[in-house]
Design a protein around this ligand. Sequence first.
Ligand code: ADP
Ligand code: MG
Length: 747
Amino acid sequence: MLKLENISKYYYSGKNVVMALRKINLEFKTGEFVAITGESGSGKSTLLNVLSGLDTYEDGKMSVNGQDISHYTVNELETYRKQYIAFVFQDYNIIDSYTVLQNVEIALTIQGYDPKNRKQRAIELIDLVGLDSKMNQKASKLSGGEKQRTVIARALAKDCPVIVCDEPTGNLDTESSKNILKLLHEISSDKLVIVVTHNYAEIHEFATRKIRLYDGEIVEDQFIEKNRRMNDEFSSVKFIKTRPLDILKISWNNIISVPKKSFFTLLIISFMIVAFIFAFGYTLKERNTSLRTETYYFENANPSRVIVTKRDNTPFTDAELEKLGEIEYVRSVVEHDTVFDSVYTNVIYNQEYDMDEFFDYKVLAASSLNEFDLISGRLPNNEYEVVIGNNGFYVVDDFISISNREFIKTIQGALTDQYTFKIVGIVEQTIDIENVKHELYFHDDALDTLHNNAIYENSQKFLVIDDFAYYGLTQDVRIDNTLGDMEVLAYDMMFFDMCRDFGYKAEIIDDFDAGLCPSAPFIEAHTFSIDVYTRFGNTYDPVSIELDSVPIYPHIFGQGLYVNINTFNTIFEDAIYQPSVVVYDMFEANKVKAELEEMGYNVFYPSGVINEDDAMQIIIRNLQLSLTLGLSLVVVYFVGYFVIRNVVVSKRKDYLIYRSIGASKRIINQVVIFETLYLSFVAFIIVMSLLSINERFDTPIPRLLRYFSVGSYISLLFIILILMILMARNFNKTIFGKSVISSLKAE
Ligand code: ADP
Ligand code: MG
C-alpha cells in the first residue's frame, strides 16, 4: 500500500510562496487505475513527482508497504524509485537512435536481467503493446502513439508495482490516446497505474478512481466500480547489478547506433591524439638535438658524424668497414673521418670594396640529409654535385669553387679553384655565431677525394735522401693525374736549396747565389723517398719513389711535390684507422653508438659531448620542453573537451533516460567512460597506422614515431587514457548537473 498522510509542498519563487500541495491524504493499492485530474497549475504533476520519489516535500508522511519513507535521502529515494516506480511521460522519453527492441531490452539489461531470456522477454512485452511489426524499427521513425507504446513496454520491462504517467496522451490524437489508455487500463489489473490528465473525459471509461485537484487540494476522490481485485501488498523489484559485460555492450551499442556523432567524435579524438603525438615526439626530438657545432678537438661536431676506432689501434679491414655499413641507421661509411675536420674556403670577389672575401665551409655528408630537409633542389647524384647551407650567396645550379685552407695559405691572395662543384640543393643552415662556418654537403665519392687533403694536413712528411731524413721538406704534396704511378714531379728550386744544404756549392755568397747550385747532378747522385707519419698510424713505412724534376711547373704558383692520385693514396692512405659512420641525427647516432660499442669498437660522438657548462643549459632545455609539452597537452585537452562536449550534450537525453529506467549514476559514468575509451582506442590505432605509413615515405609530415621507444608508446597511451577518463568524468558532471527529473523535463 502506498500511503500519503498530510503531505504539503511549497514552492518558493522569489518572495512568494506557492502552496503546490495542501495536506494531501491518499492511499493506493494495486489493481487501481487512478486518474488525477484538475486544471493546469492545480498540482497534478507535483503530486505525481512527490509520490514517485522524484521530488521532496515540506510536510507530511509517506509510506510504502507500511514503511515510512518520509525521511529518505536522495539516494534512498532513488532506490525507492528503482524498486517500485516506472515512468511514462508526455514526451515519450525513448532513445531515438535505438530500435524498439533495443529500447525495451536496455531496461532489462540495466536491471541485470538474465541475458539468455532478455531478448525473449523484450519481444513478449513488445507483443503486449502491439508493436511486434515495428520491433526493429528505429524509434525516431515511429509515430507518437508507437513511441508511447514503446515507453510503456519499457516501463513494463521493469516489473514494478507502480506506473506513473504524466499526461501520457498529451501529444497524441484521439484514436491513439484511446488505445494507450486502454493498454494502461489492462496493465493496471495487477499494478497501480496513476495517470495525470487534464482531459478526464477520455479516461473516464477506463479509470477505477478519479482524483480531482484544485489549488493543491483534493476536491474529489471518487471510486468507479470496474470489478477489480485490489491488493494492499506492493511487491518490489529485485534489482540485480548491471553486468560489467553488459556495460561494455551498452557503450559499444551507443557508439554504433549514432554513427555520425561517433565518427565526428572519433575524428576529434584522432586530432587530439595526433596533437599529443606531435607534442610528445617534438619533445623527444628536441631532447635529441645537439647543443654544439664543434668541440675542443673537433672542428665539426655535426650530429650526423659518429667516429669509430678499434680498441687495439689496428687498421680496419675491408670486411670490418663493410660491417659498419650494415648497421641499422648507418647511411654511409666515410673511410677517413678527418675529412670532416678539414675546412674549405670559398673566395668571392667583392666589387664594392674591390677585394676578395673569404668564406669558410665545413665538410658534411650529403647522405646525412633526407629529401625533405631540402629547401629546394635535390640531393647530389655524383662526386661533382653538392648541397649547400642556405647562406644567401648561392642558388641551385650555381657553381662553387673551394680550396683547402693550407692551399690558400701557400698561394695567398690568388684566386683559387682547387675543386669546383655544382650546387644541386639548398638546405637550412645552422650557423654558430662564434665560429662561422658555412655548410657543404658532399656526395660520398667527393668525400673520398677531399679526404686526401685532410689526411695530408694531418700527416708529417719527410723527404728522405740516401736514408737521411731531410726535415727541410715542407713543400705540399699535390695531385697531378697526368703523372705516372709512383712518379714525383718537383719544383726545381727546391733542389737548389737542398743541394746547397748538402754542400754541393761550398761558397755561398748570398741567397741568390744558392739558387745557382746545379740540381740535376744532385738528383742523379741520390735516391729519394718520402716518409709519412700520419696522426693515427705510428708506423714508419717509407715509400720509395722515383723523383723527376723540371725547372718550372706550368700550372702552379707555389712550390710542391706533384704525384698522381694513386701515388698520393699509396703515400698517405695505406691504412684506415678512423672511419666515420654517417647517420641522420643524434637520435640515430645514439642507437648506432650503442650498437658499435656492443660490437667492440671505440666510439666518439662529438655532437653528444656534454661539458660541465652544459648542465644548466640541459636543465633549462628540459624544463622548457616539459613546459611546452604540458601546455600543449592542456590546450589540446580543452579544445578537444569543448568540441566533444557538444556531442555528449546532444546525447544527454539518452543518458538521462538510462537514469530514469534504473541505471545508477555510476553505471552511466562507466558507459560514458567506455564510449570515450572505445573511440580513443580506435582513434589511437588509426592514427598510429597512418603515422607508421607516413614513417615509410619521404613526406613533409615530420617522422616523429622514430623517436618513440616501447616506453614512450606506453606512456603516451597512458596519458591519453588518463586524459580521456578525466574528460568523460567531466562529461558526467555535465549530464548530471541537475536532478534527473528537472533534466528530463528540461529536455
Ligand atoms: P499541474 O501539473 O497541475 O499543471 P504543477 O504540479 O506543475 O501543476 O504545479 C502546481 C503549482 O506549483 C503551480 O502553481 C505551479 O506554478 C507551481 N510550481 C510547479 N513547479 C514549480 C517550481 N519548480 N517552482 C515554483 N513553482 C512551481
Ligand atoms: Mg503538469
